[in-house]
Design a protein around this ligand. Structure first.
Ligand code: 2BA
Length: 115
């Protein structure tokens, strides 16, 4: 079955450290993007959410740019940190979580209107 072509909205949540270089790369490749300051629900730290409206046939290029610019890293959460205190179980030892990379949602756009 042939895949339907259409407009997509890509929501990409990325680490603040990668946001600027990602934005520059998107602009250079002709993608229109909105950058929003956001906060991760788990780490309670700032991250950046990009809204990128594009066509389905450009999604692959877009994902390649995000992958290139958003590297994963490890972060250690100290036992007495505010994050550790929000966890259900008490951790008496440092906990390692993976940060960076990108969390991406791709949704179909019903209508795209500029007035
Ligand atoms: P945070 O919620 O601050 O999560 C940061 C990182 O902490 C996560 O990276 C994950 O590696 C880890 N983590 C999250 N919840 C955890 C838990 N209950 N136990 C242990 N480790 C946990 P990512 O998964 O790459 O997510 C990065 C950011 O993307 C998240 O920041 C959140 O702002 C967003 N995000 C991830 N999944 C989402 C979803 N399903 N819906 C909405 N936003 C999401």
């Amino acid at each position: 079955m042939e895949k339907k072509r259409g407009t997509k909205m890509v929501l990409a949540i990325v680490n603040d450290h990668d946001a600027q270089s990602l934005l520059e790369a998107l602009n250079k490749k002709g993608f229109q993007a909105t950058r929003m300051a956001s906060t991760g629900g788990f780490l309670r730290e700032g991250n950046t959410t990009f809204l990128i409206g594009t066509e389905e046939d450009k999604i692959e290029d877009l994902l390649a740019i995000i992958k290139e610019k958003c590297q994963t890293r490890k972060k250690i959460i100290a036992p007495m940190s505010p994050v550790a205190n929000t966890l259900e179980n008490y951790y008496s030892f440092p906990m390692e979580v993976q940060v960076g990379g990108a969390t991406i949602f791709i949704v179909d756009v019903d209508q795209f209107i500029k007035i």
